[in-house]
Design a protein. Structure first.
Length: 483
């Protein structure tokens, strides 16, 4: 089904439902009422173990921890991919990593989704929602079909290109398709920290749309490298940890950092405070009760560019890291809070993934299941009415690395992974071996065969893109984002 037909048919279903005088009620009944506001916050490279509510002991995250205490914390939620762009593509389109448009972090950092790709923002906009995205987009650079304001967002502010988002003190950001200048960051100055500039614009969006239902997508840049944070945030951790050596970027792409551990911790706590600012703003405006808030990360934590994964146990007890299909690359924190609808203090081991976000948000908006996607709504899980242990029988991920296709599949308690189409399948029992230490493929040939049969048809051929130059290897002055 083509994009416009898809949107129109789904929107008509929502309008006919609304015309009947009732609105979807997440308790399972229909009643007159107001559509909920939806805020979806997503950190960048935040690991499964970086938050206090997931076991972190060195870094303070009281505001996000409070979200978990007041809502539902998921222990088995999965990103769309172990790297940024395809994970966001899965999130926006409801198609898993073997079907979604963007399959990798391509060289230019601005590979676009197309007009034919349907985003959750387009659907929510068709249901009467004001839509805004503030932060790191990563699904289309300037003058492409993938720009957020061409993909259903009324307003966008932040970074379009992923490489642009490597810098916390660039000389400009984008507001829709216009440059928004940051004069305090020119000539080597560091006066306008972009996470705070972006958050200010996001709070304005809430102010401007408080009288109507809104969808606010907040893809934070923190705590992705480069390692930089305002001095007042750094002071909280200054001298708290041993610093074996400074981080020095020999290429000159990222900022050098003499205290990388303290800075990473401060960045995560700064992110936490910005989450707290959003929640405080909702309460100030009286929107708290009718707003469902999600918080997650786009993929697992990394262990390079000065970000010390092991010192902080950033992925908890999970094996692997960003850009890998072991659990540490794809299992992410996920929290949902909605007063009066989601039971406070709930911990759920329900298995779901980013392709389920689109149908979940459309269900919350009062519509049915969108057609032609891989995801399924988890609203019954959020409201305590779920049956079963997972949203799907099989979950699928892929990532091409060095010309070799890596694939992973989860089926119940079993996790399969292979590094190449013809490579043997590794098999892990996640119920007894969450750290994926013991390959049990030889002992379970039936499970291996079942997964291999599934993998034969799990994916479609990817779209052909011009990948562009690998600008993440440029010196920062040569990227065009620093001057």
């Amino acid at each position: 089904m083509k994009r416009r037909t898809f949107i129109q048919s789904t929107a008509l279903a929502a309008l006919s439902l609304a015309a009947g005088g009732t609105l979807f009620n997440c308790s399972g009944s229909s009643s007159s009422g107001k559509k909920p506001n939806i805020i979806f916050m997503m950190a960048d490279d935040l690991g499964y173990g970086h938050l206090g509510c997931y076991g972190q002991e060195k870094i303070k995250t009281p505001h996000i921890d409070r979200l978990a205490w007041e809502g539902m914390r998921f222990t088995q939620c999965y990103a769309g991919s172990p790297v940024c762009a395809p994970s966001r593509s899965v999130l926006m389109t409801g198609l898993h990593a073997g079907h979604t448009a963007i399959r990798g972090n391509y060289g230019s950092g601005g590979t676009p989704i197309y007009d034919e790709d349907v985003t959750v923002a387009e659907l929510l906009k068709s249901y009467g929602y004001a839509t805004g995205a503030f932060g790191k987009w990563g699904l289309g650079d300037i003058n492409t079909s993938g720009m957020p304001h061409k993909q259903g967002f009324d307003r966008f502010f932040g970074y379009l290109n992923q490489v642009h988002a490597h810098y916390y003190y660039p000389w400009f950001l984008y507001e829709n398709d216009k440059k928004y200048l940051l004069p305090g960051n020119e000539g080597g100055k560091r006066e306008q920290y972009t996470p705070d500039v972006i958050l200010g614009k996001a709070l304005e969006f809430i102010d401007q749309n408080k009288e109507q239902p809104f969808f606010l997508y907040l893809p934070f840049v923190l705590p992705h490298v480069e390692l930089l944070v305002p001095e007042e945030s750094f002071r909280e951790y200054e001298g708290k940890f041993p610093e074996p050596h400074p981080w020095v970027d020999e290429i000159g792409h990222y900022a050098d950092q003499p205290a990388p551990r303290a800075t990473l911790a401060a960045m995560i706590s700064h992110l936490d405070r910005n989450v707290g600012r959003v929640m405080a703003h909702l309460k100030k405006l009286g929107l708290d009760e009718n707003t469902i808030v999600f918080f997650c990360s786009d993929n697992g934590a990394q262990n390079k560019k000065g970000a010390d994964l092991h010192f902080f146990k950033g992925n908890g007890e999970l094996r692997g890291k960003k850009a890998e299909l072991y659990e540490g690359g794809i299992r992410v924190p996920m929290i949902a809070r909605w007063p009066g609808k989601i039971e406070p203090g709930t911990v759920s081991d329900y298995i779901w993934a980013f392709q389920d976000v689109m149908p979940t948000l459309t269900a919350l908006a009062g519509a049915g299941q969108p057609e032609g996607i891989d995801g399924t709504s988890v609203v019954p899980v959020l409201t305590g009415r779920a049956e079963g242990k997972a949203s799907h029988s099989f979950f699928y991920w892929e990532l091409e690395k060095g010309g070799v296709l890596h694939q992973a599949v989860r089926h119940g308690r079993w996790k399969g992974l292979r590094k190449g189409i013809s490579a043997p399948l590794e098999l892990y029992n996640l119920e007894t071996d969450i750290s994926e230490t013991t390959d049990v493929a030889e002992q379970n040939p039936g499970i291996v065969q079942k997964m291999e049969e599934y993998l034969k048809n799990a994916r479609s051929e990817p779209r052909s893109y011009e990948h562009g130059a690998p600008t993440w290897s440029y010196r920062k002055e040569d990227t065009g984002y620093i001057r």
